[in-house]
Write a protein that binds this ligand. Structure first.
Ligand SMILES: *Cc1c(COP(=O)(O)O)cnc(C)c1O
Length: 366
């Protein structure tokens, strides 16, 4: 078998031709920053994730930072899983907030509900949930309830969860007060760099719009708040529009791959492929719990020409030395354990079922 890389990304000729065609219109329009294509992209994205509003921003990290500044977490605590990507914590810190980390549930990638509840106090401004690998937690209803009861905001890091839903009412990006998406090349859809903030709350979304555009008031000459510039270009929006034309196909391909792994590994007690319990997942990652240390599995796969993809996550946030001075708790045993006992085998739409079968056969022999 030829080498199976960590990541592939292909744009079919129809995609490239359309990009060429419409980019000519953009060049002629002379409006290279936010114009009609950005509007179209935001509208189409909000329809896709079934949120009332969507505002484009320069990347997923900016989306989180703006969301947290919009609800003003300055000097307030934000409850967040230790098992996340460092961008989530960076955004909290850059918004002036204090990250309060939660340990995972035992043998799980997601935080324990009781752990979240225990950490709520008078200084808590928000809970930030992360839909790891695109999977929306079965606990999400309970988390929404807790937030309502305690009057704290719910922010979704939906960087993995484009198009994920648990049911028709629970769509990633509009479950909480603000949802944050990333369009980095490895994600479910891409614009190279880019991000989106979604919400059903017009007041919050107006604040987001103000903030991403320097902090301008309705009079563009007058500043209302001190924001920054997080706008995107028309060409970025065009990429996003074309990606939205093919995203459902690509999610289906990811789904077929994950279900194939599930089938291929089902009789092997060393592995458990994790799936969302209902609705649709974006299948951004195929998360496989392992009985053997993932470092050992990784080495063997490498010898067999297979590169496993990035884990979720290899280094939880309490293990990042640079964050130590900002966090109180230091011991997160379940998270430490999970980080060593899971793998994410290749799972991208460009992967063939034959390759999935080969990877599975290698895994089954370990
Ligand atoms: C990718 C990612 C981000 C950041 O998105 P960028 O667009 O790369 O800034 C934030 N959170 C999670 C969980 C991510 O995977």
């Amino acid at each position: 078998m030829k080498k199976i890389p960590i990541f592939k990304l292909e744009f079919e000729s129809k995609f490239v031709n359309n990009f060429n065609k419409f980019s000519k219109k953009i060049f002629k329009s002379k409006s290279l920053s936010e114009g009609s294509y950005v509007k179209k992209f935001e509208n189409k994205f909000s329809k896709f994730v079934k949120s009332k509003y969507a505002v484009s921003v320069s990347n997923g990290t900016a989306a989180l930072e703006i969301a947290l500044k919009t609800i003003n977490v300055n000097n307030k605590e934000v409850i967040v899983p230790t098992n996340t990507f460092f961008a989530t914590i960076i955004a909290i810190l850059n918004a002036g907030g204090i990250p309060v980390l939660c340990d995972n549930k035992k043998d799980s990638y997601e935080p324990d509900l009781n752990e979240i509840k225990k950490k709520i106090n008078k200084r808590t401004k928000a809970i930030c949930v992360v839909h790891v690998g695109g999977i929306i937690s079965q606990n999400i209803n309970e988390i929404v309830k807790v937030c309502k009861k305690k009057k704290i905001f719910l922010i979704e890091d939906a960087a993995h969860a484009h198009g994920s839903y648990l049911n028709s009412k629970l769509n990633a990006g509009s479950i909480g007060d603000l949802g944050c998406f990333s369009f980095f090349p490895t994600k479910v859809m891409t614009t190279g760099e880019g991000g989106m903030i979604t919400s059903n709350n017009s007041k919050l979304i107006n604040k987001v719009r103000e903030f991403k555009n320097f902090g301008r008031s309705s009079n563009p000459l007058i500043l209302k708040s001190i924001g920054s510039n997080y706008k995107i270009s028309e060409l970025t929006a065009l990429l996003g529009l074309l990606e939205l034309d093919r995203i459902n196909d690509r999610i289906n391909k990811r789904r077929n791959i994950v279900l194939r792994y599930k089938k291929n590994l089902k009789n092997n007690k060393n592995y458990e492929v994790l799936l969302q319990k209902s609705g649709r997942c974006s299948y951004y990652k195929c998360i496989v719990k392992t009985k053997k240390l993932s470092s050992i599995i990784k080495k063997i796969c490498k010898k067999k020409n297979i590169e496993l993809t990035g884990k979720v996550w290899e280094v939880p946030m309490h293990k990042q030395k640079i964050f130590r001075k900002f966090i109180k708790d230091k011991s997160f045993k379940n998270s430490d354990n999970f980080s060593s006992y899971h793998i994410c085998p290749p799972n991208y739409p460009e992967l063939s079922i034959k390759e999935v079968d080969y990877i599975s056969s290698v895994l089954n022999k370990i």
